[in-house]
Design a protein around this ligand. Structure first.
Ligand SMILES: Cc1cc2nc3c(=O)[nH]c(=O)nc-3n(C[C@H](O)[C@H](O)[C@H](O)COP(=O)(O)O)c2cc1C
Length: 241
């Protein structure tokens, strides 16, 4: 912090940051799967550059525990941070749609056909890019299930901070954004298809969409107006209490 908190620059920075955080909202931009390439044709040329900057910015999240070395600090991605982001630019999103369509076609009455009927394909078709954000659990003695250890809680918390940074960075640029659990994108076969190690866990499928792309509809988050204000979830512990 190079300037005092009372300086005009600090005040305007605080205003901008507060606004971006308060403005953030879930917006699910939906398009027909057949429209994926049409949506791609309308992407602004500088969108991927903006996304690259946003990804860099997201990485400034705090983290406290180092990801398990033998499990996660392998291959090209050797950062100790307990998250990984896999970025699917629009053409890769359309390829992923083809993969999901193929799985659904070849496996009627399965998780794949159900996934194809969900919102996921329409989100992938409508998005400007998809970021598959994972967190990196410590190895577990319970097979695939991560343990509820202090380490893992802190890994998850830090990874969540990185995802929230990405949402705020998107909001600040006027991009629609949506943190989704992922649905069918959580499946191990999807991880394999995207070369995401199975030892990682999907924390969010993050959809980032510049304004002005063709779409069918935009849906808000179901809990958007349910949070109340800070009196409903924060307590000031004064001397007298
Ligand atoms: C970890 C996480 C997972 C989420 N997964 C989903 C999801 O799978 N489907 C969905 O409709 N919304 C999902 N959301 C978005 C929430 O529904 C949304 O944040 C909430 O309704 C509040 O609306 P707001 O984001 O506009 O404030 C998720 C949010 C978080 C933080």
């Amino acid at each position: 912090m190079t300037q005092p908190s009372s300086s005009p620059n600090r005040r305007s920075l605080a205003w901008v940051v507060d606004e971006a955080i308060r403005e953030r909202k879930t917006e699910k931009v939906l398009s027909a799967p057949a429209q994926c390439h049409e949506v791609a044709a309308h992407l602004p040329e500088d969108f991927n550059d903006a996304l690259r900057t946003m990804i860099e910015t997201a990485g400034y999240a705090p983290f406290h525990k180092v990801a398990h070395k033998e499990t996660h600090l392998q291959g090209d991605l050797r950062s100790p941070v307990p998250w990984r982001f896999y970025i699917l630019p629009k053409p890769k999103c359309c390829e992923l749609l083809d993969f999901l369509a193929g799985q659904a076609k070849n496996n009627p009455d399965s998780k794949w056909s159900k996934g194809w009927e969900s919102k996921v394909p329409r989100l992938i078709a409508g998005t400007g890019a998809l970021v598959m954000a994972t967190w990196l659990p410590d190895p577990s003695s319970h097979g695939d299930q991560p343990e509820f250890t202090e380490n893992n809680i802190e890994h998850l918390a830090a990874a969540s901070a990185a995802v929230q940074n990405l949402l705020i960075a998107a909001e600040a640029r006027g991009f629609h954004n949506y943190w989704a659990t992922g649905g069918v994108l959580r499946e191990a076969e999807v991880f394999d298809y995207l070369h995401i190690p199975r030892a990682q866990i999907l924390l969010g499928a993050i959809y980032v969409v510049p304004p002005g792309l063709p779409h069918d509809e935009i849906e808000p988050g179901a809990l958007r107006d349910r949070r109340g204000n800070s009196q409903d979830w924060a307590v000031w512990l004064n001397d007298s209490q």
